[in-house]
Write a protein that binds this ligand. Structure first.
Ligand SMILES: Nc1ncnc2c1ncn2[C@@H]1O[C@H](COP(=O)(O)OP(=O)(O)O)[C@@H](O)[C@H]1O
Ligand SMILES: [Mg+2]
Length: 332
């Protein structure tokens, strides 16, 4: 049975419509006007134990709203959620025992306490046995490089240091499911890599189910094997990450290093299935659909107008594909 079951899940927010001026102010008090915004529009998915799911979509797509409902922080307007056999918003405390969550830069650590004291409090709150605690602490300290930080007060840590401690705190009680809503925002690349490695290690060892939302698609590339893509409150793709790339990643990107270029090529030549994305005196960046043309055909045309000295090619990455999807019709 799936560890997370979501059926026809809907969340509609009621938003107070502000009325201007002094009269408006009193009108607001006496007869407030509301408008409705449906942030999540009847979504369905099941997640199996041990899956690493990237929950992605543009700003305002409804990702955080979904995660807040899954964690029990918000009650759905309609639909069904069962997480590990529990309806989260009905039994929040019971649900909390088996989950961990990070919401952006909000901290669950005690601001004025040394990090290690927060960890001890978490141990007590979750009644984690001594042996288990020590084992996790040792392992987490090693992977997340926390040694130097444990005795420092949380308020004195940098953003990256804080997030590493936050991640350790989230996984400390061996939660079966962890929700990470934008955990890597604002972090430098080394901290990001460190956190990604940690998530993968723990998932491999403990089969922890992880749902990750992020704007850094490298997080998804590196960590997740499944993608759920949300667009304006609806799921427009749910499945294997590689398959997603195979279906939608028709583009190949190439940068040509050139010399003796004769004017602006994008004004003078037409290339079927290929677009010149950027062009300078010495380089031409192109994007082409490999189902419609080949690099040889493109070079044949371009080399009539300049000398091609070098070529760098790369396949479309998740980010490129999503840009295309967001740019075009919204449905996949
Ligand atoms: N507490 C709230 N009250 C009213 N509207 C909200 C609230 N939280 C989110 N929204 C709206 O719901 C939509 C989805 O928001 P959110 O779930 O935060 O998206 P995401 O996390 O994908 O950026 C947005 O249009 C947002 O403005
Ligand atoms: Mg969000």
């Amino acid at each position: 049975m799936a560890i997370i079951e979501v059926e026809n899940l809907v969340k509609t927010y009621k938003i107070l419509q502000k009325q201007d001026g002094l009269i408006g102010y009193f009108k607001n008090l006496v007869r407030p006007k509301y408008k409705e915004l449906t942030a999540v529009k009847g979504i369905n998915f099941n997640i199996e134990e041990g899956e690493l799911v990237g929950y992605i979509g543009e700003n305002g797509a409804g990702k955080s709203t979904t995660i807040k409902m899954l964690t029990g922080l918000l009650t759905p307007t309609s639909g069904k959620i069962v997480v590990n056999g529990i309806v989260p918003y009905e039994k929040r405390i019971e649900n909390n025992k088996s989950i961990g969550a990070v919401f952006g830069q909000k901290t669950q650590l005690w601001w004025d306490l040394p990090v290690i004291e927060s960890f001890r409090l978490i141990k007590q709150m979750y009644k984690l046995p001594d042996g288990e605690y020590r084992k996790n602490l040792k392992k987490f300290t090693q992977i997340l490089e926390l040694e130097e930080l444990l005795d420092k007060q949380v308020k004195n840590l940098s953003l990256g240091q804080k997030m590493r401690c936050e991640i350790a705190a989230t996984f400390l009680h061996n939660p079966k499911i962890v929700y990470l809503d934008e955990p890597t925002i604002g972090l430098d690349v080394f901290v990001k890599e460190n956190i990604r490695k940690f998530i993968k290690d723990i998932n491999r060892e403990k089969k922890t189910t992880v749902i990750l939302t992020t704007h850094d698609l490298k997080d998804i590339e590196d960590v997740c094997n499944r993608i759920i893509l949300l667009d304006q409150g609806e799921i427009i793709y749910d499945g294997d990450k590689q398959k997603f790339k195979d279906i939608y990643g028709k583009y190949v990107f190439a940068e040509l290093v050139v010399s003796n270029k004769n004017g602006k090529l994008s004004d003078t030549i037409t290339l079927n299935g290929c677009e010149i994305v950027e062009e300078t005196e010495k380089s031409i960046k192109i994007k082409f659909n490999h189902e419609e043309t080949t690099i040889m055909q493109i070079l044949n045309t371009i080399s009539n107008h300049c000398v091609v000295e070098d070529i760098h090619m790369r396949e479309a990455e998740l980010e490129d594909i999503l840009k295309e999807i967001y740019k075009g019709a919204h449905k996949c």
